[in-house]
Design a protein around this ligand. Structure first.
Ligand code: FAD
Length: 308
């Protein structure tokens, strides 16, 4: 019940100001965000890499309203690429981008976002890694998949994300299951209407399994983005049934969530990639994590009471 309220709050400027200014918010945010600065994110990368985990880095930011902000996003990712280079991790450290931070929602958004994100994809390729295009709310899916198709003409390793809560996603999985196609499957984190998305967890879970079957049976590289123990077990079983070797798919989880499970999968020989968000614009990301799990909200509210 609270999920949609929190997801609506994730897009409210007023609530953003209140939550961001609350002195007790920061320690709770730190559980999900590696830090505000690039050097803090690099420490997180090194710590995880030392334990055999792979990473994808997200410079936090979304829904920008000014073209100058899109350029700042581009420059932040170029600086990130410069910092990753000396670590020599290659594709073990990739980057995730939200096209709304590159100008997708501004006038001429398709061309603007493509123009701004292309240097980042080029810089990633130069250091032997790649970029995955995060998926945002359903109004952006066509545009994001169109930009993906254009990027893949030069950089076929560019990753896609599909969300099982959308009715359209099984068709998108068929379209994206071709050779070399890297696709992260997630359940979906936005507040979507009943006209386009399943509203009940059981339906979203069943759709997740149907989508995973399509991706695992295809020629691409499935990336199982879920903390759900059932989805992890089903992913392993489908990989086995489809004769996939351990390096022909991977698991992905978010920074700070189910860390013991992340290490367990690595110990079993799986590829496990951790999504590391960093930066000052953490509000929307943080609110989506609260919305996903009542226990996270309870943890946040307890910290308000115990410090207040
Ligand atoms: C690597 C990665 C990238 C993602 N990229 C996108 C994207 O581009 N677009 C998009 O819409 N969504 C994205 N998501 C978020 C995703 O859509 C879900 O909202 C999120 O993963 C929760 O769903 P779940 O599959 O983990 O399962 P759920 O059914 O939500 O949770 C299963 C179990 O996982 C644990 N868990 C789940 N969420 C949390 C949490 N926040 N805190 C603590 N424990 C938790 C709990 O034990 C829970 O019982 C991404 C998720 C991952 C892991």
């Amino acid at each position: 019940m609270l999920g949609p309220v929190l997801l609506a709050a994730a897009r409210s400027d007023l609530i953003r100001r209140i939550v961001s200014a609350a002195p007790v918010t920061r320690p709770v945010v730190d559980r999900f965000v590696a830090g505000e600065h690039l050097d803090e994110s690099m420490r997180a990368v090194q710590g995880l890499a030392d334990k055999g985990l792979e990473v994808t880095l997200d410079h936090l930011g979304e829904d920008i309203t000014d073209p100058a902000e899109a350029l700042r996003t581009r420059d932040a990712y170029l600086a990130l690429t410069d910092s990753l280079k000396p670590l020599g991790l290659g594709e073990r450290a990739e980057m995730s981008v939200k096209l709304s931070a590159f100008g997708q929602a501004l006038p001429g958004g398709h061309d603007l976002a493509l123009k701004n994100v292309t240097p980042v994809v080029e810089a990633a390729a130069e250091i032997g890694t790649t970029v995955t295009l995060d998926m945002e709310d359903h109004t952006t899916v066509d545009s994001t998949l169109a930009i993906l198709a254009e990027l893949r003409e030069r950089f076929p390793q560019t990753g896609a994300v599909v969300q099982s809560y959308l009715f359209r996603t099984e068709d998108d999985c068929h379209a994206l299951a071709g050779e070399g196609s890297r696709v992260r499957l997630v359940k979906g984190a936005y507040n979507e209407p009943a006209s386009v998305a399943y509203q009940h967890k059981a339906e979203v879970d069943k759709a997740y399994v149907r989508c995973l079957k399509i991706l695992m049976a295809g020629q691409g590289y499935p990336m199982i983005g879920s903390h759900d123990p059932r989805m992890v077990a089903i992913g392993q079983e489908l990989a086995r049934r489809n004769g996939r070797k351990l390096d022909e798919y991977e698991f992905q989880m978010l920074y700070g969530i189910r860390e013991a499970e992340q290490r367990r999968l690595v110990a079993e020989g799986h590829r496990m990639r951790v999504y590391i968000p960093y930066g000052t614009d953490w509000y929307g990301y943080f609110m989506r994590r609260l919305a996903e799990r009542p226990a996270n909200l309870a943890f946040f509210l307890r910290s308000l009471v115990s410090r207040g």
